[in-house]
Write a new protein. Structure first.
Length: 1135
């Protein structure tokens, strides 16, 4: 059986046993005998389960897995929901009444006599009791009655205290008088009678506790009234506790007060704890205080032993720690306080042995010991840092050693994995204290070295060496913690720039990594160690080199970081030969990889940090080519030649930089240097393609990858001489296109040729033709590409189209930014755009035709704004162009959108879409004629209506709705120019929306009825609110008449047409209009009057609801029920 289940059964048995004893069914002797027998039985079962079974491997018992119980959310019954709603109505009504009544009372509070003030509090209590009586006897709502009974009961002590506060009982029994404690006693004991009666009548545990607490408070006030010393006061409280316990034993078997006796045991425990806490905080002598704490802890331990309640061990632990703290800090034990703190934590482990393991609290006290020891470690460590300035101490060393032994013990007797790690951590603290004590005489050993040596000793001695079976349990944890400490030491050395120390630390860590590789059983750590060891060796050498940089400026400026990492890489490469000689093949291979990674860092350092770039930098790069080539020959991987090619390219530029430092070249030669590097890469690729395909592939990829970048650099740096580089690029890309057989490569190099041609044309135009009249590089290049496509083969025509189309669209955009954009650039842009549209139509890419048409529209907008035409002429021309485009779209395309099996065969009527843009452009031109403002909207509405047969049938009605809805725009534009009287202005604005929603519902013919109903409701409500707001703003009788007439028409229309929205909105607005017009009559009433009315209404509604329900339960039918059913039946027939 599971130990947790048996422990739970043992708890149940002991609880029942002590219940029988408290009930008087068993004597004290019998209970003690049975408890000891059951405890021994429990221990015997544990021992039997600990022994392995003889037939354990013969037969397996399959315990059925219990099904997980699904927690079903409680569903309220209709009766419960009704009671909840009535309760809320009553609560809100009472709150409203209280707020209103309190305001009425407090607004005149200063003028009221003391008797009236106390009487008001009494009236509130009586009011609560009255409501409780009403809800219980009349409405039969028990919960609400109980709540109001509690509220009324809480006001009783307040009423008694108010008598003393206002001095109604004389100066002696006032709050500030000599008899104030007697007043407190009266306020506590007089309500006891009421609480007792309510506890009996309602069978409420809450009122039982009210009674107990009131009696305790009353006794406390009674003892305080005698002005005893604090000791006698608490003696009296203890006598009171003893007396209550005696009374409990005398009356515990009486059925009449069983409700009180059931709650007595928890009450007396709470009272005991409170009394104890009072005693703790009232004594001032710290040493005596500490003994009291320790004595109290022993008392609680005894109470746990006697009563069997294991919860007391929490209080016992807290009292022990708190008492030990006061005893140590305020006595001669302060000097060795760290050791005593550690011993307190260790001693908690042995507490269960003192109790003969009676309560199975081994785990609890083990965790308690761990927590106390951990807190002791933190406390004594902080004390050592803050008070002793971090100086090492033998006391601290011994304390850490005791804590280590404690956690090793816990590791042996506990099941938690973190105990061994805590043991290792505390062992490291002890070792560090020893090393710190030894290092006092050696200034060279700083904190980082101390920390690293601590980690290495912990790792090697407790983690690797086999010292004893007792510490074997923390061997793995010691290795992990030791490595972590060494990492921390390395981080501190880096932080303080301790370079030679860092080299030593990294070397020690390398040794530890090798030991992990040889001794560790965890695979992931072995794999990590075998990779880390060569890296640590290289970084250690680099750290020693950094020490050279720090001490010698010449070395830093001439050799710097690059040479340090290069030497580290070469030495790691040499170490791979040593590993190979001793048979460590994995370390040999990984050292090879590590050396090349370090040499890559060396190259980066040589490129970006200070170094002699005349001969040191090129030398490092040339050696790098050899290093990478050696790696390629060793492993033969295809990606390594890329490193060779990149190193070669960088070496080329480094050598060129060294040459330019000594010699001066012409401007043309300088312009060819950058792109020539890429050409050299491609030439090497071509020459190596028969000897080594991998080398050829890598040099080709690198060359083609950087070639565009070098050309761009040449374009920006040498604008006049860059033409030679682009002519060379044209031939290079053309040759590459002929040599390639893969389609995407052919397209890439072909497009590279086209791009080079564009830059050649651009350069020629910059040098030959004056560019002041426009940007036509794209136009000429597109013409040449179109000519090439005309004479090329079919496959090259398709390839050219994928480049020519986006290139031409980009070209149109660039021609748009010509300044000034006069008639010639406008004609060129239009020709360029329509030529692109013609080409798209020819190759059946109509889906993209809208893009150049849109750009032509942008060109028209730009030209129109820069021309001298009048506003009316601009509007008519723009509208005419839009009409022409719309007609062309109607003639060329049967549908607005024609779908095909492929994306290229998708056809979109770009002419129609762009015509809408031209119609929209008409809005930007102003004209004094009123009728002109309606033309754009009318044209757009007509265009929508013309699309009815050009869209799918399901969208035809949408075009009709859009066309009809858009007619509102010309309507509002004309209304804006007319002088409409302010009285009718809001009506003219909002009423067309009602016509629009009627038009939409007529067009849909019953479709989407639910959505259109909701929209109709929304429109009516918004229109109504806007009209009401307009009426309130002007506040004239004419607005009231208009709003009333419109609402009456809506009500009548809704009634005759049986439409709910018109009926209810009309009725609501009509009532609201009447309500607002009568505002002078009801607006002058005070706000609390409304609270009183609301409270009365809520209470009345709740009461009437209950009355109606009771009538229905009797089978009677009320007028309200008949009327409600008729109204609901009628409303269901309406739309």
């Amino acid at each position: 059986m599971d130990s947790n289940i048996r422990e739970e059964q043992r708890k149940i048995f002991r609880k029942e046993l002590y219940t029988l004893r408290e009930g008087g069914y068993l004597s004290e002797a019998i209970v003690d005998t049975v408890a000891r027998a059951h405890h021994q039985y429990h221990l015997d079962l544990n021992e039997m389960e600990a022994k392995p079974s003889v037939h354990e491997n013969v037969k397996q018992v399959h315990t059925p897995i219990p099904k997980k119980t699904t927690i079903v959310k409680k569903t309220r019954t209709p009766e419960e929901i009704r009671e909840r709603n009535i309760t809320w109505l009553l609560n809100i009504g009472v709150i409203f009444l209280l707020i209103g009544g309190l305001f009425v009372a407090t607004s005149n509070w200063e003028s009221m006599t003391s008797f009236m003030k106390s009487g008001s509090i009494a009236i509130v209590a009586i009011l609560f009791y009255g409501i409780a009586f009403l809800t219980k006897k009349v409405l039969k709502i028990e919960k609400t009655a109980f709540a109001f009974s509690v509220l009324g009961s809480l006001f009783l002590p307040i009423f008694i205290l108010s008598l003393g506060w206002f001095g109604l009982l004389g100066s002696y029994l006032s709050i500030t008088g000599e008899g104030r404690y007697l007043l407190g006693m009266l306020g506590s004991l007089l309500p006891v009678i009421v609480y007792y009666l309510f506890a009996k009548s309602l069978a409420s545990r809450l009122f039982v506790w009210f009674t107990f607490v009131s009696v305790s408070l009353g006794m406390a006030f009674l003892l305080a009234s005698f002005h005893f010393e604090i000791d006698f006061f608490y003696l009296g409280m203890m006598i009171f506790n003893a007396a209550t316990i005696f009374v409990y034993h005398q009356v515990k078997n009486k059925e009449s007060i069983k409700l009180f006796t059931k709650e007595f045991i928890p009450y007396i425990q709470v009272n005991l704890v409170l009394s104890t806490l009072f005693m703790l905080f009232l004594f001032d002598n710290k040493v005596v205080y500490s003994f009291n704490l320790l004595l109290t802890a022993i008392i609680y331990l005894s109470m746990m032993y006697v009563s069997g309640r294991k919860e007391y061990h929490f209080i016992f632990s807290i009292m022990i720690v708190y008492g030990a703290y006061h005893l140590i800090e305020h006595s001669f034990l302060d000097y060795i306080g760290a050791i005593i703190y550690a011993l307190v934590g260790f001693g908690m482990v042995f507490v269960p042995m003192a109790l003969n393991n009676q309560f199975s609290l081994n785990k609890a006290f083990q965790y308690t010991s761990a927590v106390i020891s951990g807190m002791a470690f933190i406390y004594i460590s902080l004390e050592g840092i803050l008070l002793r300035a971090g100086n090492p101490s033998i006391v601290l060393m011994l304390a850490y050693f005791i804590i280590t032994v404690n956690f090793v013990y816990l590791s042996h007797h506990g099941s938690r994995r973190f105990f061994p790690y805590l043991s290792a951590f505390f062992a490291a603290s002890s070792i560090y204290e020893i090393i710190a004590l030894i290092s006092k005489t050696f200034d060279i050993i700083n904190f980082s070295l101390q920390l690293s040596i601590t980690g290495f000793i912990l790792f090697s001695v407790l983690g690797i060496a086999h010292l004893s079976k007792y510490v074997k349990i923390i061997q793995t944890a010691s290795r992990d913690v030791g490595l972590s400490i060494m990492v921390l030491a390395i981080m501190t050395a880096i932080s303080f720039l301790l370079w030679w120390e860092l080299g030593v630390l990294l070397f020690l860590f390398m040794v530890a990594a090798y030991l992990v590789y040889k001794k560790e059983e965890r695979i992931f750590l072995k794999e990590a160690a075998v990779w880390i060891a060569p890296i640590l060796l290289g970084l250690s050498i680099a750290a020693f080199g950094e020490e050279m940089n720090s001490n010698f400026s010449f070395y830093l400026h001439e050799f710097g970081y690059g040479v340090n990492f290069a030497i580290a890489a070469i030495l790691v490469l040499l170490s791979s030969f040593v590993w190979r000689a001793v048979g460590e093949k994995r370390l040999d291979k990984i050292s090879l990889y590590t050396s090349h990674a370090l040499y890559t860092v060396a190259i980066l350092q040589a490129l970006f940090n200070q170094i002699n770039f005349v001969w040191v930098q090129p030398l490092i790069l040339l050696v790098g080519i050899g290093m990478y080539y050696y790696l390629y020959k060793k492993i033969g991987t295809k990606w390594v030649p890329f490193l060779v090619s990149i190193a070669a390219l960088i070496a080329y530029f480094s050598i060129i930089q060294a040459i330019l430092h000594r010699f001066t070249l012409s401007h043309t030669m300088n312009s060819l240097i950058t792109s020539t590097g890429a050409v050299i890469m491609l030439l090497i690729s071509y020459l190596c393609r028969k000897n080594d395909l991998n080398i050829s592939f890598a040099f080709g990829w690198v060359g083609h990858s950087i070639y565009p970048l070098t050309l761009l650099f040449t374009w920006f740096a040498f604008q006049k001489d860059c033409i030679y580089s682009f002519i060379l690029a044209l031939f290079v890309y053309a040759i590459s296109t002929k040599l390639m057989t893969v389609e995407w490569k052919i397209k890439a190099f072909l497009y590279g040729s086209f791009t080079s041609l564009f830059f050649i044309v651009t350069t020629v135009l910059d040098q030959i033709i004056n560019q002041s009249f426009g940007n036509y590089e794209f136009v000429f290049t597109s013409a040449l590409l179109l000519l090439f496509a005309f004479f090329a083969k079919d496959e090259y025509k398709k390839r050219t189209a994928y480049y020519l189309i986006p290139f031409s669209i980009i070209g149109i955009v660039f021609t748009l930014i010509t300044y000034p954009f006069d008639f010639l650039p406008y004609l060129v842009t239009l020709a360029y755009g329509f030529g692109t549209v013609f080409y798209l139509h020819k190759i059946q890419w109509d889906v993209l035709g809208i893009v150049p048409l849109f750009l032509a529209f942008i060109a028209t907008v730009e030209f129109t704004y820069s021309s001298d035409l009048g506003e009316l002429a601009k509007m008519l021309v723009t509208g005419g162009v839009g009409i022409v485009l719309s007609i062309i779209g109607q003639l060329v395309y049967k549908r607005l959108v024609e779908y095909g099996p492929k994306i290229q065969q998708l056809k979109i009527d770009g002419f129609t879409f762009v015509s809408f843009m031209f119609f929209g452009l008409m809005y930007l031109f102003e004209d004094p004629f009123i009728w002109i403002h309606a033309i754009p909207g009318v044209l757009i509405a007509i265009s929508f209506l013309l699309q009815r047969k050009r869209v799918p049938e399901r969208l035809s009605v949408l075009m009709t709705i859009l066309g009809g809805a858009y007619l509102l725009q010309p309507y509002y534009s004309i209304m804006a120019k007319l002088n409409i009287p302010p009285l009718w202005e809001r009506e003219v604005i909002v009423l067309p929306f009602i016509i629009l929603i009627i038009f939409i519902r007529r067009c849909l013919k019953g479709r989407y009825a639910e959505i259109t109903k909701a929209v109709q409701w929304g429109v009516l409500l918004v229109v109504s609110l806007l009209l009401i707001q307009d009426g309130l703003a002007s506040n004239t009788i004419y607005d009231a008449i208009i709003v009333g007439t419109l609402s009456l028409l809506s009500l009548l229309a809704g009634m005759f047409l049986q439409i709910k929205s018109y009926f209810f909105v009309g009725a609501g607005v009509l009532l609201l209009n009447v309500f607002l017009q009568t505002r002078p009559y009801w607006g002058n009433m005070p706000w609390w009057f409304y609270l009183l009315i609301a409270g009365l209404i809520l209470i009345t509604v709740a009461s009437f609801n209950e009355w109606n329900k009771q009538k229905a339960n009797k089978g009677e039918t009320t007028f309200i029920m008949v009327l409600k059913e008729k109204v609901i039946a009628t409303m269901k027939k309406w739309d």
